[in-house]
Ligand binder design. Structure first.
Ligand code: SAM
Length: 300
């Protein structure tokens, strides 16, 4: 019984079938649902992502790859899209049994023979070329525009040279700015989200760059002896977990740099990064503060 799972739902919310292929783009090594043949799976379990367009895309893709009669179990937290899940599935022509557990809405569906609206939802959520000239996809960070924090960092980038890294590089905005500088000889862009990683590979075509689909905290080939790091660390809504992730990025940057190497960081000004910057770096200097963002230069 070929099965797949998207994300890592709590065991008491949804049971993940044994041997299921992982489809979440946020888990390096997973499969891309867009590459799976129509009607080729018997069971799919989804922890549906929060964005409305990405959620419709994932649900539509799941229905496309399920064989008629196959089962789809989908869940989302009530305050992160769970309340619209049943309506989404019904809109595609499914009959839905809905339950609630652990603040999630859970929908069970048997894939009907006929479905409607899948192609539109898949087209709406697919990667595309934006007017900026860059590829992006709904669901990736600030998918439609340059983030103002990243813009502030780009405006304050100094002359860079040698080897560096762009941690959490997204679709490649910061890397593109860095690679405009001819004295930069090498750049590693590390990104966790496969959708952003795929777009970055299309956006950043430069012999000096290597683009890696990986978690900054667990990079296979360690980052060492770098001259510089640029980053806009992940923050979401600034919850405790996100702050810890941003702080882990700062520590990773510090251990990636040679002595005297420099981190250029932009962050929401309310995020508590100064203590960890001061702990991990010899000299920390705020270089810009505008529009709710702060840019720091931190020297090892
Ligand atoms: C604030 S965004 C910045 C994106 C890009 N640098 C820009 O300026 O548009 C942070 C990025 O880090 C990525 N990310 C989150 N956790 C990560 C991790 N553990 N390892 C690598 N990248 C991660 C996110 O997917 C997101 O693309």
């Amino acid at each position: 019984m070929p099965a797949a799972v998207y994300g890592t739902p709590l065991a008491d919310v949804l049971e993940t079938p044994k041997g299921a292929r992982q489809l979440s783009p946020l888990l390096p090594g997973s499969d891309d649902v867009a590459q799976i043949a129509d009607a080729s799976l018997d069971e799919i379990v989804l922890l549906v992502p929060p964005g409305a367009v990405e959620a419709r895309y994932v649900v539509a893709q799941a229905l496309r790859v399920l064989a008629p009669g196959g089962t789809l179990s989908a869940a989302a937290p009530k305050d992160r899209g769970g309340l619209r899940l049943k309506r989404t599935l019904e809109g595609f022509g499914c009959e839905v049994a809905e339950t609630a557990r652990r603040h999630h809405r859970i929908c069970e569906v048997e894939r009907p023979a006929a479905l409607t609206g899948l192609d539109e939802a898949i087209a709406e959520g697919a990667p595309r070329l934006l007017p900026s000239g860059l590829w992006s996809q709904p669901g990736v960070f600030s998918w439609e525009r340059l983030d103002p924090g990243s813009e502030l960092l780009i405006q304050h980038l100094p002359k860079l040279k040698g080897e560096g890294a762009d941690l959490g590089g997204g679709i490649g905005w910061l890397s593109l700015a860095v690679l405009k500088q001819p004295a930069v000889t090498k750049l590693r862009l590390i990104e966790l989200d496969r959708r952003a990683f795929d777009c970055a590979r299309r956006n950043v075509e430069d012999a000096r760059v290597s683009i890696e689909w990986a978690d900054v905290r667990k990079v296979a080939a360690p980052l060492t002896d770098l001259d510089f790091v640029v980053m806009n660390p992940p923050f979401h809504d600034g919850g405790a977990e996100d702050r810890a992730l941003g702080q882990a990025f700062i520590r990773a940057a510090s251990s990636a740099l040679r002595k005297g190497g420099t981190l250029w960081l932009t962050a929401n000004r309310h995020l508590p990064y100064e203590a960890v910057l001061n702990e991990a770096f010899k000299v920390v200097k705020p270089v810009a503060d505008a529009g709710g963002f702060k840019v720091y230069e931190a020297r090892r």
